[in-house]
Design a protein around this ligand. Structure first.
Ligand SMILES: Cc1ncc(COP(=O)(O)O)c(C=O)c1O
Length: 391
């Protein structure tokens, strides 16, 4: 019998078209813009020079000669890759040097370096808590804290953003049902720029026998006399788990967990995102060490950053505009619905300002997320203001 060839009218991947369609319809479609210049306040974006008001390079260290030289020196000495996982062939003396430098910066007994801040949070959370445990997290925590919770298998409950009363009620209602409890929070919220009430969170944690994990991704290098982050600026001495990234103010790549020697020893044995992945590259490691030396010793860069934040705040308020917060170099302004926010981002882009609209699902409400750098000049900030005002 002759059989007809089977013709498939559909493929198993057709759902991709439908999903992309709905992303477009919701105005949630994202795309990349190509940068062809060195990190700094001016960037060549898709072939055009623009003023950078969107990067996390708060201290402008990503283009700093000293970091570049350190990355080159580390590459010359160790090569381009670390060749294996840290527990096999990938553990370099340079990693130890970086971990010692981080522990000193954060004033902790020890630190452990991961390949990114995202992986540091995933690995730490999934190792620290499990199915019999509870995570109470700020509802606006970064994606990696939330995904770490999912990966851990613990019951994860959000408390309202910065709302200590809600956290307290949830602790009273839920804590006793679980073995361990981990409270998680960003120190500086990446899309709002506001700060977690860390001292009060620590008090609640002590009352309810909870561990605390603070993500200092946007606090490291920016807060504290030596750039140790918000925990250091608030002089929090109690035991806690500090996570952060080397990729923002420190201008490199990689993440870390800092805390007690016992915690770090445990993570070396249990954090899957540290054990089963290649060690950080020599270039990133060398650059991060150079960055930490700079942030510890050069308070003037941080002062310039805070002067710029103060100046921008004054300018915005002088035209009656508010931001979600002026507590950090992240200044988010809400200008209406998605369409209006996209229009403003377009207007800024047309005037040579790089400051994207951030939309759901990343954030609950659309906003323009502006970030200031220590090296922005007053003229650059004034130009940004003119463009905002014209809009
Ligand atoms: C609060 C927060 N935590 C963690 C991360 C992840 O850090 P990394 O870029 O090093 O993976 C980010 C980066 O976007 C962040 O904003």
């Amino acid at each position: 019998m002759k059989t007809e060839p089977i013709t498939h009218l559909s493929t198993p991947y057709d759902w991709l078209d439908r999903s992309l369609d709905s992303i477009h319809k919701a105005n949630w479609y994202r795309f990349t813009q190509t940068i062809t210049s060195k990190a700094g306040t001016i960037a060549t974006v898709d072939g055009r020079e623009m003023l950078m008001f969107a990067s996390n390079n708060y201290l402008d260290l990503a283009g700093d000669r000293r970091l570049i030289d350190a990355a080159i020196a580390a590459t010359e000495m160790y090569g381009t890759g670390s060749t294996g996982s840290r527990l096999v062939t990938g553990h370099l003396a340079l990693h130890e040097e970086l971990e010692t430098a981080i522990a000193d910066l954060k004033n902790t007994e020890a630190a452990l370096v991961f390949s990114s801040g995202y992986l540091a949070n995933l690995g730490a959370i999934a190792a620290i808590v499990g199915a019999r445990d509870l995570i109470l997290g700020d509802e606006y925590n970064h994606s990696c804290l939330k995904k770490g919770g999912l990966l851990s298998g613990a019951i994860a409950i959000d408390y309202q953003h910065l709302n200590l009363a809600d956290l307290s009620v949830k602790l009273q209602q839920e804590r006793s049902k679980y073995r361990r409890c981990l409270i998680t929070t960003d120190s500086v919220f990446s899309m709002d720029g506001d700060l977690a009430p860390l001292r009060e969170i620590m008090d609640l944690a002590n009352q309810h026998d909870c561990m605390v994990l603070v993500d200092e991704a946007h606090g490291t290098g920016v807060f504290g006399d030596r750039g140790g982050g918000l925990t250091n600026a608030l002089d929090i001495q109690q035991d806690l788990i500090q996570v952060g990234t080397l990729s923002k103010a420190l201008g490199s790549l990689g993440g870390y967990v800092a805390g007690s020697a016992k915690l770090i020893d445990f993570l070396r044995n249990r954090a899957a995102t540290w054990i089963y992945t290649t060690g950080l590259s020599p270039a990133d490691t060398g650059a991060a060490i150079a960055a930490i030396n700079i942030v510890k010793s050069e308070n003037t860069i941080r002062q310039r950053l805070w002067e710029n934040v103060g100046f921008f705040k004054q300018c915005l308020q002088s035209i009656g505009m508010q931001a979600i917060a002026f507590d950090s170099p992240i200044i988010a302004i809400e200008v209406g619905d998605i369409t209006q926010t996209l229009q403003m981002a377009k207007h800024l882009r047309e005037h040579g300002i790089f400051a994207p609209a951030i939309r759901p699902p990343t954030v609950p409400t659309p906003r323009i997320r502006l970030t200031l750098m220590a090296s922005h000049t007053l003229e650059q900030i004034q130009f940004l203001m003119q463009c905002i005002e014209a809009c």
